[in-house]
Design a protein around this ligand. Structure first.
Ligand code: NAD
Length: 494
């Protein structure tokens, strides 16, 4: 597939509209968003902002499908539909990879690997839905059979950000529909391309109309969706401040909620660590998706005995990273998402400087003519920093990490936990007793020992503290999309 042909197709398509009740009706709103290619700032495609009437249509279609079709199916029927969706996604791997490379600026090699993984998310939940079972309970009455039924919630509103558009959408859609719910997805207005292709895959897979709906638009569309009385659950991934607004809206309507929010994850390196391995993990967390990863380890908490060697090794590793055009197979790090994000990342240079931290850029890209039209930034470190500084506490969401030093285990773990966030953490030590103590002490939803943070579909993932509520991935994500009913059956003589 040529990305030039794909770009031409997107540019000449007019304004894309929503996927409602199995169809792509002509959009009725007057506002549209333009999505830009972060590698060169040029427009890629136009997407309509959903009106409140269109949000209404999508929620009503989902409700109808829930009541009449999807909520009544057997597990096996849902399984078979989901298998077909996985096959449709697999068939589109190459196209989806290019769409996310164009839209998000991810290196094409990374996009291909990500897209190859996605059908498994659908397959996984298609398989584990068979484990949705109730229990028979021992109760204190004769002649009463008391058992539980695990039931779907109804209609789920799924709101996702721009950094992993399709991955995060499917991590919400698959468990929700596996459990028998129907959904309305709202992708980010910044990266809608792969969600449009997903809608086509849903239609081609023959998923019944209304089970999966997609409405495009920004905060206004999201806001209309979360306040809609026909929504039973809101599952949101995005920034912590938006998450708080969503939590408040959910409270007003007593809606269930899953929130996957921001992070400032620690990577704790003890003096007995495998240093080259720790350096490699820190490097990957700096450059992966240009540092725009919620769980990335951006606070590097290093024992003072190895701190100089660690910083030297990491600086060298980051200096060698191949920054470039995302469509190039050799590229390791592309641009950040847009001009606003680039400005935000750059602004922290000044913030750190005023606080007394030393800013070290690991490459000079100012002279790179090939990068001048895109939103590129070089990997950087803040040295001589303290954990009280804003550069240690706030999510920068770019290839920028802060290095902090410690002397004792207690101090290292205190620094790791001294954060408003608690999404993930990494620890490097060869001492297995310390590894276990650390895993227990660190307040984070995922702790990785001698390994980088990797969220897999089979294991629950979700934040402690201000990083979120509830879990995504694993069986738990599907259970969070259900409710439990107790049935009490009297079978004595009447
Ligand atoms: P964002 O909060 O600005 O937007 C996320 C989504 O919410 C978008 O679709 C947006 O249109 C929508 N939205 C905005 N205002 C809304 C409102 N008032 N009501 C309803 N919807 C609204 O986040 P972003 O900038 O797109 O993404 C970056 C953030 O996402 C980072 O903070 C990152 O840490 C977080 N994130 C978290 C995880 C996780 O698993 N914990 C994963 C990826 C990203």
């Amino acid at each position: 597939m040529s990305h030039l042909t794909l770009e031409q197709e997107l540019k000449t398509a007019g304004t894309y509209g929503h996927f409602i009740d199995g169809d792509f009706p002509i959009p009725r709103g007057e506002t549209a968003h333009v999505t830009l290619n972060p590698a060169n700032g040029t427009p890629l495609a136009h997407f309509a902002e959903a009106t409140s009437a269109e949000v209404d249509d999508a929620v009503n279609a989902a409700r109808h499908a829930f009541l009449t079709v999807w909520g009544r199916m057997t597990g096996r029927e849902r399984y078979e539909h989901m298998r077909r969706l996985a096959v449709e996604l697999e068939r589109r791997t190459e196209r989806l990879a290019w769409l996310e490379t164009l839209d998000v600026g991810k290196p094409i090699g990374v996009s291909r690997a990500t897209m190859r993984d996605l059908p498994y998310t659908v397959d996984y939940y298609a398989s584990v839905l068979h484990g949705l079972t109730g229990e028979t309970l021992q109760v204190g009455e004769h002649d009463v059979l008391n058992f539980t039924l695990r039931e779907p919630l109804g209609v789920c509103a799924l709101i996702v950000p721009w950094n992993y558009p399709l991955t995060l959408a499917l991590l919400k859609i698959a468990p929700a529909i596996a459990a028998g719910n129907t959904v309305v997805l709202k992708p980010s207005e910044v990266t809608p391309l792969s969600a449009l292709e997903l809608a086509r895959a849903v239609a081609d897979a023959g998923i019944p109309a209304g089970v999966i709906n997609v409405v495009f638009g920004g905060g206004a569309t999201g806001n209309a969706l979360i306040h809609h009385p026909g929504i039973d659950k809101i599952s949101f991934t995005g920034g912590t401040e938006t998450g708080k607004r969503i939590y408040a809206a959910a409270a007003a309507g007593l809606k269930r909620v899953t929130l996957e929010l921001g992070g400032k994850s620690p990577l704790v390196v003890f003096d007995d660590a495998d240093l080259p391995r720790a350096i490699e993990v820190a490097k990957i967390d700096s450059i992966r998706n240009s540092g725009q990863v919620c769980a990335a380890c951006t606070r590097l908490i290093v024992h003072e005995a190895v701190a100089d060697a660690f910083v030297d090794g990491l600086t060298q590793a980051l200096a060698g990273v191949r920054i470039g055009e995302p469509g190039n197979d050799e590229t390791e790090m592309g641009p950040v998402i847009n001009a606003a994000q680039l400005k935000r990342i750059s602004s922290y240079r000044e913030v750190g400087h005023e606080e007394g931290a030393h800013f070290t850029e690991c490459q000079n890209i100012d002279t790179r003519a090939d990068l001048k039209n895109g939103y590129y930034t070089a990997p950087a470190l803040f040295l001589q920093a303290s954990n009280e500084m804003r550069v240690s506490r706030e999510e920068i969401f770019g290839p920028v990490q802060t290095v902090l030093r410690f002397r004792t285990e207690e101090e290292g773990l205190r620094l790791a936990n001294d954060s408003p966030y608690g999404l993930a953490a990494c620890v490097f030590t060869r001492d297995s007793a310390r590894a276990i103590r650390t895993a227990r002490t660190i307040q984070a939803g995922t702790v990785c020992i001698n390994y980088g943070v990797k969220a897999v579909v089979e294991a629950p993932f979700g934040g402690y503290k201000q990083s979120g509520i509830g879990k995504e991935r694993g069986l738990q994500a599907m259970l969070d999309d259900t409710q439990l009913k107790s049935v009490r059956l009297y079978h004595g003589r009447t």
